[in-house]
Design a protein around this ligand. Structure first.
Ligand code: GCU
Length: 321
């Protein structure tokens, strides 16, 4: 079915190009429409339409309509979809340097996080993707990730012992949960609600807006603010589209992306507040643990990663920012 749809898109895109000077770019992502990153994407859409005077049009497919993050990145690589927004964790399966952004407790604070992502390190990561047909346009704030569980509260890493915890499909995320004593279970985001409900997993981990907008909080009693990772989201354009844009069009796309990244920060902060409020009202118990226990126990992930010289250098650069 997906491949049938894909062919339809291709034909649609081609015919659009022939009939007029308007170019329609398909943008697919897996978040609900109430999510702050979706709102950032709408800013991108609007800004690009304005800058290009309606000649570059973005059509957005939210809610994982065109597949999981991994599947959509593959569609970008073959040129069936133009743009996507994924987690940097998913990107690292395609562009290995992104691995560095999955390291637990890597960033000191928000200033450090944005200095790295909006500075030279971030720019070079975004460009690096072009070697894999996946050019980065900008990063979006995706806050910090925290554990949530169905029946058993997590107050210390020892409480994770024996629990099946869903993680994103990425090696470092798996190692992170295993290092803390849990049993990591990779799975697509769209499958998680049912998996918790049916007891296929005992819990998972995510930032407040994703936890709430996906309704996963309805099937979870506890949310532990251990903030183990701050993995950003990233807006990606297929080089199969990018390379065909004129210099002016590239400039509009990049400027619209930059504008949306700044707007998204505001949507994000507002959404974190609203989401935490909603969790409290819904009776989800919010646990504030001693983060240093989690940081210490997950240190082995960093130690193992920096055995790779390339990643070691990147980690050092990030720490020096
Ligand atoms: C976050 C992230 C998504 C990712 C999701 C997940 O919400 O922004 O890109 O898909 O986590 O846990 O799968």
């Amino acid at each position: 079915m997906r491949y049938f749809l894909m062919i339809l898109f291709l034909v649609g895109f081609a015919s659009c190009e022939q009939k007029s000077t308007t170019k329609v770019l398909y943008l697919a992502h897996n978040m609900p429409q109430t999510h702050p990153v979706h709102k950032g994407i709408l800013t991108f859409q609007e800004s690009l339409s304005k800058r290009s005077e309606g000649t570059l049009v973005i059509k957005v497919f939210p809610d994982g309509q065109l597949g999981s993050e991994r599947e959509v990145l593959e569609l970008l690589q073959i040129g069936s979809v133009a743009i996507t927004k994924v987690s940097a964790a998913t990107m690292s399966n395609f562009v290995p340097d992104y691995d560095v952004l999955n390291i637990p407790y890597l960033f000191r604070d928000n200033d450090h996080f944005f200095n790295v992502l909006e500075g030279e390190i971030g720019k070079s990561l975004l460009e690096k993707g072009s070697d894999f047909w996946l050019r980065g346009l900008c990063f979006y704030d995706a806050g910090s990730r925290n554990f949530f569980t169905k029946d058993k509260p997590i107050r210390t890493p020892e409480d994770l012992e024996g629990l099946k915890i869903r993680v994103m499909n990425n090696e470092i995320s798996i190692k992170m949960v295993n290092s803390l004593g849990g049993s990591a279970t990779p799975m697509a985001f769209s499958e998680l609600y049912t998996a918790i409900q049916q007891g296929v997993v005992d819990g998972a981990e995510n930032n407040p807006p994703s936890f709430v907008s996906s309704n996963q909080y309805e099937v979870s009693k506890y949310y532990t603010l251990d903030e183990h990772t701050s993995v950003p989201d990233v807006l990606i354009i297929s080089t199969k589209y990018w390379d065909k844009l004129s210099a002016k069009e590239k400039q509009w796309v990049q400027e619209a992306a930059n504008e949306s990244a700044q707007a998204e920060k505001k949507y994000w902060n507002a959404s974190v507040e609203e989401s935490m409020q909603k969790l409290k009202e819904s009776g989800v118990e919010i646990i504030v643990p001693d983060k240093s226990l989690f940081a210490e126990k997950s240190m082995s992930v960093l130690e193992e990663m920096i055995k790779d010289e390339r990643l070691k250098e990147l980690v050092e650069k990030i720490k020096a920012e």
